[in-house]
Write a protein that binds this ligand. Structure first.
Ligand code: APR
Ligand code: ZN
Ligand code: ZN
Length: 361
């Protein structure tokens, strides 16, 4: 029987979000219905609401979630009712060229649920990143559910579904940060702080946090930064070089998504170092660099989508490290809120007041 539940909808471009009743179908083949326990508020949800992603309103927002599988459709064997899972937006197909080459984190054909959730009048909803988890229950592809140790709190676990995974993965997967490396992270919001925590986990010798906001630098220190630079007051490229014996950092992670901060990352790294762009630029942004510098400085210029994560590999491992006290994921949860407080959470996010607001159901 299809079920009616409460959920947060973005009805139209720039209109305030609101709580509505939606209809969640029974899971079909390869699908699962998940009882959502917690879902973080991410910039991408705000971008959907602002019409910055596409025009397919109404959107069912929310995509950084954890919960319990309620029911599964035909042919689902990887998860079962009762499993505690983190939802992901990279349910890899196993068959595309990327998957067959053994690089499933680049999968071109990730799975989402085939059936649509609707409003009670039958209007079809577009779930954010194919998830839609500011809802008491949601319908996803079974591959979007990754089982993890159920003793972790849902508010913490859900964070790995997007931003925190993107940041940790930018450091450990894309940047390949290793023991003894020097790392600089430009932009210390949720994503940058996660990159700091990831670098710390990987054994980086020095972690330089760069931001224009002193409050953010203070938090960055708690996440494991060994040095901080306010780039409003100090030239960050010079500061990074000074802190690294004149060389620049082995890995610089750009977690803002702007041309000027990308340039800082480019020049703040050591010769043959690595730049990782995990901040998401907007379509009109352009980057200009002397091509000779691109050649002459060598190394690698990489982008990191979703931290190049493979949910089945990374989620359980990071949750285990958290439970062992080696990765403080709890530090990313600034506040827990109710389903009807998402609009205010967008406001606070916009003002830079929070790392993550997490809806707890
Ligand atoms: N130089 C340095 N830091 C900056 C600059 C700048 N010019 N401009 C902004 N910042 C800092 C802000 O002060 C803030 O601490 O960047 C941080 C951005 O953090 P959030 O707004 O919380 O964003 P976050 O969730 O961390 O995401 C960062 O990654 O996934 C993408 O879309 C996301 O592009 C965004 C980026
Ligand atoms: Zn694939
Ligand atoms: Zn997100």
């Amino acid at each position: 029987m299809p079920q009616e539940v409460r959920a947060v909808i973005a009805p139209g471009k720039n209109e305030p979000v609101r709580v509505e009743t939606i209809v969640v179908p029974d899971p079909g083949p390869g699908e699962a219905v998940v009882q959502v326990q917690a879902c973080g508020v991410c910039h991408t949800d705000l971008h959907y609401k602002q019409g910055g992603i596409n025009d397919e309103f109404p959107f069912l927002l929310g995509h950084e979630a954890a919960g319990v599988v309620e029911s599964v459709g035909e042919g689902v064997t990887d998860v079962a009712p009762g499993d505690f899972v983190i939802l992901n937006w990279r349910a890899v197909c196993g068959q595309c060229r990327a998957c067959l080459r053994g690089r499933p984190w680049y999968c071109f054909d990730t799975h989402n649920a085939k059936q649509r959730m609707t409003l009670t009048d039958g209007t079809e909803l577009s779930p954010a990143l194919g998830i839609g988890a500011f809802a008491e229950k949601t319908l996803v592809a079974a591959g979007q559910c990754t089982k993890v140790d159920a003793s972790v709190s849902a508010a913490v676990a859900g964070l790995l579904g997007c931003g925190v995974m993107a940041g940790i993965g930018a450091a450990i997967n894309t940047g390949n940060v290793g023991r003894g490396d020097t790392v600089a992270v430009i932009g210390c919001g949720g994503v940058g702080d996660a990159a700091i925590a990831g670098s710390n986990l990987a054994g980086a010798a020095k972690i330089i946090a760069v931001d224009i906001d002193d409050r953010k630098l203070e938090t960055a220190r708690k996440m494991g930064a060994t040095h901080t630079v306010n780039s409003k007051e100090t030239d960050p490229v010079e500061a990074i070089r000074e802190l690294t014996g004149g060389f620049g950092a082995d890995v610089v992670i750009e977690a803002v998504g702007r041309p000027e901060t990308y340039k800082q990352a480019f020049y703040g790294r050591d010769l043959a170092g690595t730049v990782v762009l995990v901040g998401v630029p907007t379509p009109e942004m352009k980057l200009e660099l002397p091509l000779l510098d691109v050649f002459g400085r060598g190394g690698a210029l990489k982008s990191s989508w979703y931290g190049d994560c493979l949910p089945s590999r990374d989620f359980p491992m990071l949750i285990d490290l958290h439970l062992q006290g080696r990765l403080d994921l709890g530090a990313f949860v600034t506040e827990t809120i109710r389903l009807d407080e998402v609009e205010q959470a967008f406001e606070r996010m916009h003002h830079g007041d929070v790392l993550r607001s997490v809806v707890v159901l």
